[in-house]
Design a protein around this ligand. Structure first.
Ligand code: DC
Length: 221
């Protein structure tokens, strides 16, 4: 199987890039953040009051995660609850960043990810795919853009929705999540040694897709 890893910062556009590339290559996309988000939804639903090692161990020992695809949409089902409609809520973004550093939870997600990669030609996107989950991926990209560009892109997506956060709130949230992702002891966000780093601050989505396709064609013929 051919596995391409895409890691990068919050709001760097890696999910959109992964979907664009998958369409061109006929691959599956596996959005690993969605699993952490699905677990966060279930954690919230179960009403846990604190986030510590004991609570997370207790929680994770009782969860069963199933992933299935409906067209392009990756569904995340935890203990029979399909959390897909709630995955992108702001509170879930923050909660998933809080629960994701715990090794016992990451191990569970890692098993799911590796199982999927073994059976599919896929583009897997996340934070630690090139470094931890698929260290032998055929190709690794690390996508980033300046904080301001990332916050503006997110603001443009949500500004017309009711109760949408301000640009400044989005920027603050993004900084906080970057900090959590980069400073956790287990699987912190960083480029793998053999990753190709792309800063998309001044690139359109099409520019980025074309650049990646060129690299993929050169590397994988
Ligand atoms: O990519 P995302 O914003 O949907 O990810 C949600 C959270 O999940 C993010 O704050 C950190 C965590 N995450 C992770 O720790 N490792 C991954 N491979 C993907 C996401």
């Amino acid at each position: 199987m051919i596995n391409i890893a895409i890691d990068g910062h919050v709001g760097s556009g890696k999910s959109t890039l992964a979907r664009g590339l998958a369409k061109k290559l006929g691959f599956n996309v596996f959005d690993t953040g969605a699993i952490y988000r699905g677990l966060a939804c279930e954690f919230k639903e179960k009403g846990y009051k604190s986030i510590d090692e004991n609570t997370i161990s207790d929680f994770i020992s009782s969860v069963e995660v199933k992933i299935f695809f409906e067209g392009d949409v990756q569904h995340v089902v935890v203990n029979g609850h399909d959390h897909t409609p709630n995955l992108r809520r702001e509170e879930i973004s923050m909660l998933s960043a809080q629960i994701s550093p715990f090794p016992v939870l990451r191990d569970k997600v890692k098993d799911l990810q590796r199982h999927f990669a073994k059976e599919h030609n896929c583009i897997m996107e996340g934070r630690d795919i090139g470094t931890v989950v698929l260290p032998n991926a055929d190709l690794k990209f690390f996508i980033t853009a300046s904080e301001e560009v990332r916050a503006q892109r997110r603001f443009d997506q949500v500004k017309d929705k009711p109760n949408s956060p301000s640009y400044q709130e989005i920027l603050n949230d993004l900084r906080e999540r970057d900090y959590k992702d980069e400073h956790r002891t287990i699987a912190p966000l960083k480029p793998a040694k053999d990753a190709i780093i792309l800063d998309t601050s001044n690139m359109t989505l099409d520019d980025t897709i074309n650049k990646c396709i060129e690299i993929i064609n050169n590397k994988l013929n």
